[in-house]
Design a protein around this ligand. Structure first.
Ligand code: PNS
Length: 159
């Protein structure tokens, strides 16, 4: 058995917290498919193509594939031949939404398990939304994101 794990999200943009989770997922999955949601409920800063490109620059491990997907995650996971969905849990506040999603995805794709990973302690406060917010006002985010992402944020906000 060669487990394939799908790590879905908005990745708007990828942070060092996401990078840490991908590394952790590679400790039990042979392939990690980072799945960028096109139809996020949120209004994204970066286009799907930009988000995919930034992830590819930040994560160069050949065991990691980066793709975007439209529609249901459960359908994407099945089509990818994956048996695992990886999600990060940073705080208790993440739990309720994650719990509901995991149960809905189990209902839609029986046999696919959701696995929750905890990021490195010093990255637990890092989120894409906070990175976007502070970068918008010109804060230095170089310790929170890959240099390519920091550069892309500077370009977006003209800072
Ligand atoms: O990084 P995010 O925004 O928390 O990721 C949420 C995401 C993209 C994983 C979730 O919204 C999702 O799976 N969207 C695809 C549509 C879908 O399958 N929705 C039902 C989820 S139970």
């Amino acid at each position: 058995m060669t487990p394939v794990a799908v790590y879905p999200g908005s990745f708007d943009p990828i942070t060092k917290g996401h990078e840490d989770l991908i590394r952790r997922a590679l400790s039990f999955a042979d392939t990690v498919v980072v799945a960028v949601a096109v139809n996020s409920r949120k209004q994204p800063l970066f286009t799907p193509a930009e988000r995919v490109s930034l992830i590819r620059q930040a994560v160069t491990d050949p065991r990691v594939e980066v793709r975007s997907f439209d529609g249901l995650l459960a359908d994407f996971v099945r089509a990818a031949g994956a048996t695992l969905i990886v999600r990060g849990l940073r705080a208790v506040s993440d739990f309720e939404y994650e719990f509901q999603m995991a149960l809905m995805n189990r209902n839609l794709a029986p046999g696919v398990e959701t696995v929750f990973l905890v990021p490195a302690f010093d990255l637990t406060y890092v989120s894409s939304s906070l990175v976007r917010e502070v970068a918008r006002f010109g804060a230095d985010v170089s310790r929170l994101v890959h240099p390519a992402v920091a550069q892309a944020l500077k370009q977006k906000f003209g800072k």
